[in-house]
Design a protein around this ligand. Structure first.
Ligand code: ZN
Length: 370
């Protein structure tokens, strides 16, 4: 790791971050703001990792499309059964490679989350719990070995709420994770479904942050060409999740729940006018579970900064607020920001706003309060 002025201070701050557990609240903001001018902290809340080796779940469980990893001729292949799903680079599973790339792009801390294709919500509940535990243990182990560079968030088998809650409690209390990553829908069920309310209730009680990531995009089967599920489906899928949580009254019932959404909130920020108008003109369709204007919820959840466009960045700052946008790069995948935080840094927002976007808002979302 490169040494530079202020390294000791930076390491101390990261150590303080690592001491965080979802059940504790730390006094850090003052320290952070005092030291940050010299430290250029960057916390990337949106990065994915998988274990370098994992069981062949299809063989083990005897059904399904579980992904496992095979290393062939120096290439790492994500396999769906015996079919190649995707080739990945070492930065997808090797902590050392990641840290080198973090140093190259001056990322101080990555928040590690599972690759959404590994959620396995479709599996039998007990098997979903087993794979979740495997991925969570791997992330916790990666963090333990590199406590100054990584913070981990877990995955839980949301096809079974009781098991999901149990694993959430293990993630927070035992593995000291400050949050979880969840899908934008769970086997087609929207996040507004009341069956998820006990899960939100415990997440709120534990102070467990949630990162909502689009996956299993609606309409995917009808738009296989041109990478459309990723380019068109994902932004819609994220807005589906935000609208579901708003209209289903989840933010209303669980006001202390801290939720962040990937990809700049998808299509939600640009279509908030349409969403609000719909709420006003057809309350019989829209306001059936929650009578509060959707715009009232802006400022009560976070989004990441992954919009790839200066105008879009200015717009989401204007609409969503400068306290609710956190650096998120989708590392190590090609659709992510390859130099995390470059867009923010090059827009010359000034120290105060830049610091909020690069790490302070991430601290708020993760639950590190002043
Ligand atoms: Zn992602």
């Amino acid at each position: 790791m490169r040494k530079r002025d202020g390294t000791a201070g930076k390491e101390r701050i990261i150590y303080e971050f690592r001491k965080f557990s979802g059940l504790e609240s730390l006094v850090l903001q003052t320290k952070l703001s005092k030291l940050s001018k010299h430290l250029n902290l960057k916390i990337d809340i949106h990065t994915h990792i998988m274990p370098g080796t994992m069981p062949n779940w299809v063989q083990k469980f005897g059904y399904g499309d579980f992904i496992h990893l095979e290393h062939r001729n120096c290439k790492a292949c994500m396999m769906k059964g015996d079919k190649l799903f995707r080739e990945v680079e070492a930065n997808c599973f090797d902590a050392g490679t990641r840290i080198k790339e973090m140093d190259d792009t001056e990322v101080t801390v990555q928040v590690l989350s599972t690759i959404p294709v590994l959620f396995n919500y479709w599996a039998k509940a007990a098997d979903g719990l087993e794979t979740s535990r495997f991925f969570n243990d791997h992330i916790a182990d990666t963090v333990d070995k590199n406590p100054k560079r990584f913070i981990g968030i877990g995955t839980v088998p949301l096809q079974d709420i009781d098991l999901a809650i149990k694993e959430m409690e293990r993630c927070v209390t035992e593995l000291k994770m400050p949050g979880l990553e969840i899908g934008s829908n769970i086997n087609g069920a929207n996040l507004s479904d009341s069956k998820f309310f006990p899960f939100y209730e415990v997440a709120e009680k534990l102070g467990c942050a949630l990162f909502v990531h689009p996956w299993e995009m609606m309409g995917e089967q009808q738009m296989q060409k041109y990478w459309l599920p990723w380019l068109v489906g994902m932004p819609g899928e994220t807005s589906r999740a935000i609208c579901s949580l708003i209209f289903g009254g989840v933010f209303q019932k669980f006001p202390k729940l801290r939720v962040a959404f990937a990809h700049g909130g998808g299509s939600f920020p640009l279509t908030i006018g349409r969403i609000e108008h719909g709420f006003n003109v057809r309350p019989d369709l829209v306001a059936i579970d929650n009578a509060i204007n959707p715009r009232e919820y802006i400022g009560k959840f976070w989004i990441d900064s992954l919009v790839h466009d200066e105008k879009a960045m200015r717009y989401i700052l204007d609409v969503m607020g400068e306290d609710k946008i956190c650096l998120g790069s989708d590392y190590p995948f090609p659709l992510g920001e390859h130099h995390p935080g470059k867009l923010i840094s090059e827009m010359n927002f000034g120290n105060q706003l830049t610091e909020k976007l690069l790490y302070k808002n991430a601290g708020d979302w993760l639950g590190i309060k002043s």
